[in-house]
Write a protein that binds this ligand. Structure first.
Ligand code: SF4
Length: 245
């Protein structure tokens, strides 16, 4: 056998082994994801977005206000905002100062007021006050990133959506669904590969539920003893553990 053919064969089988390992790892992650989806579903049957809204555009406003702010505070502020400016057009026509005055308790008042006014202006001028239903269009709206766009697509339009907020990213790492990945877009891509699309939106809401109730952040330790995933979680069983059931 000539050297080049030999190398080609060796590389070929090395590549084959590599892709075989990747397939097995993806299969294992999918099995783990399905198990977790099922268990969280039982634990949090009535999950939903924790921001209060009754119209699609109001979800856009709330999600912008929620940056670095609690949902509870946002839900206290938005009724005041809508009392003064009850429609997309009313917010578009309001001054930034007037909006900022109301939303200031949510923090980052200036930039949130600017984004909300600009976003509502675009909704009014480009979309006839309707919230668009594609990722591409949503990402063009001022102040709207992938997290907000996914939330709208999932909650308003019932499309498969992965909302990678801090709870989702923290829990996905602890649960072994991603491996040391903190970048929201990369986590979103990785979860899209393994979470059944029809479950994805509620799954993310349940990750928030679980992140708040049990698998809490750094300031409070996760309550692994009370967790429905303790017997399959790498955080408990040891890193690298791929046990599924
Ligand atoms: S076992 Fe602990 S680390 Fe794992 S998901 Fe549950 S609370 Fe979080």
């Amino acid at each position: 056998m000539s050297g080049s053919v030999k190398n080609k064969t060796a590389n070929g089988s090395a590549d084959g082994r590599k892709s075989g390992r990747a397939d097995r790892s993806l299969r294992a992650r999918k099995m783990r994801a399905c198990e977790i989806v099922g268990r969280l579903k039982k634990e949090y049957p009535d999950t939903h977005c924790t921001l209060a809204y009754d119209e699609a555009w109001k979800l856009l406003v709330s999600v912008r206000l929620a940056a670095q702010c609690t949902d509870a505070r946002v839900d206290r502020i938005t009724p005041v905002l809508y009392e003064h400016f009850p429609t997309v057009a009313a917010i578009a026509e309001a001054s930034e100062d007037a909006i900022e005055e109301i939303v200031r308790p949510c923090g980052l008042g200036r930039s949130k007021a600017r984004d909300i006014k600009a976003c509502m202006t675009m909704l009014r001028d480009v979309y006839g006050c309707r919230v668009p239903d594609t990722m591409e269009e949503l990402l063009k709206l001022p102040g709207v990133g992938r997290k907000s766009a996914n939330l709208v697509l999932g909650d308003i339009y019932g499309q498969p959506a992965i909302v990678t907020d801090t709870h989702c990213i923290r829990l996905a790492n602890r649960m072994g669904l991603v491996d040391g990945e903190r970048d929201p877009h990369k986590v979103e891509k990785a979860l899209r590969e393994i979470i059944p699309p029809e479950e994805s939106n509620d799954f993310c809401h349940r990750m928030v539920d679980h992140g708040r109730a049990v698998c809490t952040a750094r300031t409070a330790k996760p309550n692994c003893e009370a967790c429905c995933l303790a017997d399959i979680c790498p955080k408990v069983l040891g890193e690298g553990c791929n046990r599924i059931i």
